[in-house]
Design a protein around this ligand. Structure first.
Ligand SMILES: Nc1ncnc2c1ncn2[C@@H]1O[C@H](COP(=O)(O)OP(=O)(O)OP(=O)(O)O)[C@@H](O)[C@H]1O
Ligand code: SF4
Ligand SMILES: [Mg+2]
Length: 326
């Protein structure tokens, strides 16, 4: 497998007066060509800041990538100029967000928004871009694309708007699509359709996907591999099959317990006690220790490293070779 994107020890910090907020604090992550990787974790764990760092869209100040590398096809995006990065965005890496209404411009028609992207990034003529826009809308499942192209976003339902966003994001045939909670705002049936569409397009065009979600049900539907984040760090990384068969990290275990079962059995609902601490109050030692049912003395004093375990990785002393031999 060839790596398309490789994050190495990525650190993105915010500065609030004299306080440093380590929102993303040493993230390692690989996305191979054609692969769909899910990034999961509770609210505030640093998922969006990781993806915005890849896009180099961190508001600066107060935010800054302070350390690490973002290797895309071997080139470090951290080192690129704003101009060079602009070419990568939209051409090689596209992003779709949770709420399509805020990302679509309400005063431009659907067509104008796709055409604009194609003319800017692909240097297409207006006519060619219009034709391609119709094709893209058909590709994401609109049967009356020719008429739709002159509609305004407010005439569309949430699911249709998200399809339009996918059409825009895919119009330049990106190598990587980052989708930040793309289906959270949609009802369950529409969510499934949008996920199917993303899966289908990624296969057809060999596009890698970084899918951010806190819904493990979504993960099992679409991802090849899962990266679990907690307090700005990766705590576990595994193939979907391995992760669902045997989660290694107590935090992943807790997240698994909180997947509602498909038969709607509420008894199985379980949530991890306590809340994610804010980055300025990350505990010393294991960041999950205050909420971990297995925490022991070492966990409160020493920070576990992310360790390789065969084809997967985990950051927990329970899986530390040193502990195992004690
Ligand atoms: N502009 C900012 N200034 C200061 N801190 C910020 C800023 N943006 C984000 N953070 C902090 O960074 C941390 C990670 O935020 P992030 O948005 O990446 O979380 P997330 O995992 O995407 O959560 P959610 O599931 O709610 O979207 C949070 O604690 C947040 O408060
Ligand atoms: S290192 Fe300790 S506190 Fe942290 S997850 Fe593992 S057992 Fe729990
Ligand atoms: Mg987020």
């Amino acid at each position: 497998m060839t790596a398309l994107l490789e994050l190495k020890n990525l650190k993105t910090h915010f500065q609030r007066r004299k306080t440093t907020i380590p929102a993303v604090d040493g993230v390692d992550l690989v996305i191979n060509k054609g692969e769909t990787v899910a990034l999961v974790g509770e609210s505030g764990s640093g998922k969006s800041i990781t993806s915005l760092s890849i896009m180099r869209l961190i508001p600066s100040p107060p935010g800054k990538i302070v350390d690490g590398e973002i290797l895309f096809n071997g080139n470090d995006l951290v080192k690129l100029s704003d101009n060079e990065m602009c070419k990568i965005r939209g051409n090689d890496i596209s992003m779709i967000f949770q709420e399509p209404m805020t990302s679509l411009n309400p005063v431009l028609t659907i067509g104008e928004q796709i055409i604009e992207v194609l003319m800017y990034h692909q240097k297409m003529s207006k006519n060619a871009a219009r034709q391609k826009a119709v094709e893209m809308l058909e590709l994401v499942g609109f049967s009356r694309a020719k008429a739709l192209i002159d509609d305004y976003p407010h005439r569309l339902s949430g699911g249709m708007r998200q399809r339009v966003m996918i059409a825009i994001a895919m119009s330049c045939n990106p190598k990587l699509l980052i989708a930040d909670e793309p289906t959270t705002a949609l009802d369950v049936t529409i969510q499934a359709q949008i996920l199917d569409l993303m899966k289908e397009l990624s296969k057809k065009y060999d596009t890698s996907i970084l899918l951010i979600t806190h819904d493990l049900g979504v993960v099992s539907e679409i991802a090849d591999r899962v990266v679990v984040m907690y307090c700005g760090q990766v705590v576990e990384e595994a193939s979907v099959d391995d992760l669902f068969e045997e989660p290694l990290h107590p935090y992943t275990n807790g997240l698994m317990g909180s997947i509602p079962s498909l038969d709607g059995d509420v008894d199985r609902l379980y949530s991890i006690a306590g809340t994610v601490p804010p980055p300025e109050h990350f505990p010393v030692g294991c960041r999950f220790a205050p909420r971990c049912p297995h925490a022991f003395d070492r966990c409160r004093n020493e920070a576990p490293a992310l360790q390789r375990k065969g084809s997967r990785s985990v950051r927990c002393f329970l899986h530390d070779d040193k502990e195992a031999t004690v």
